[in-house]
Design a protein. Structure first.
Length: 150
């Protein structure tokens, strides 16, 4: 995902020291873009950031692609995880109604909207588990609305 920035660090690596830890930002696919009305240079780049114990710029540059791939993989798993947790919470909030339907307390007609929503949430979880990129994760959409039982 492209991010607009005002400047690009030398060697496409930015390290911010903080005690015994560093925040490392890696920049890739940098392109210059129109700076708008003020005419200042601006850029768009793919950027990943991650915390790491003390490290040098030379160490990062020596293994740039490895660090990039690891950071992207972590961001992907976090993005998937956030959405999956949200969907699992929706399913958990509606488990009681599902049990009542399974026990015959709620009619199929009354439960139909709830059942469709639960099926859609499970399908979204399955889709998220198959996603290979963050943009694929962002394209998985679903409703947060819990249908009412009639």
């Amino acid at each position: 995902m492209k991010t607009r920035i005002n400047e690009v660090p030398k060697d496409n690596v930015l390290i911010i020291q903080n005690g015994g830890w560093c925040i490392v930002s890696l920049f890739k696919n940098v392109v210059e873009v129109d700076g708008g009305e003020n005419g200042e240079k601006q850029y768009e780049a793919d950027i990943v950031s991650f915390p790491v114990k003390q490290i040098t710029k030379e160490q990062i540059l020596e293994h740039f692609d490895w660090y990039w791939d690891k950071a992207i993989a972590k961001e992907l798993e976090q993005a998937k995880g956030r959405k999956i947790i949200e969907l699992q919470q929706l399913l958990a909030k509606t488990d009681y109604e599902a049990i009542k339907y399974a026990e015959g307390v709620i009619s199929a007609e009354s439960y139909s909207a709830m059942g469709a929503a639960r099926a859609a949430w499970r399908a979204a979880i399955n889709n998220l588990e198959q996603c290979q990129t963050i943009s694929e994760v962002e394209n998985v959409t679903y409703s947060l609305e819990i249908p009412k039982i009639n």
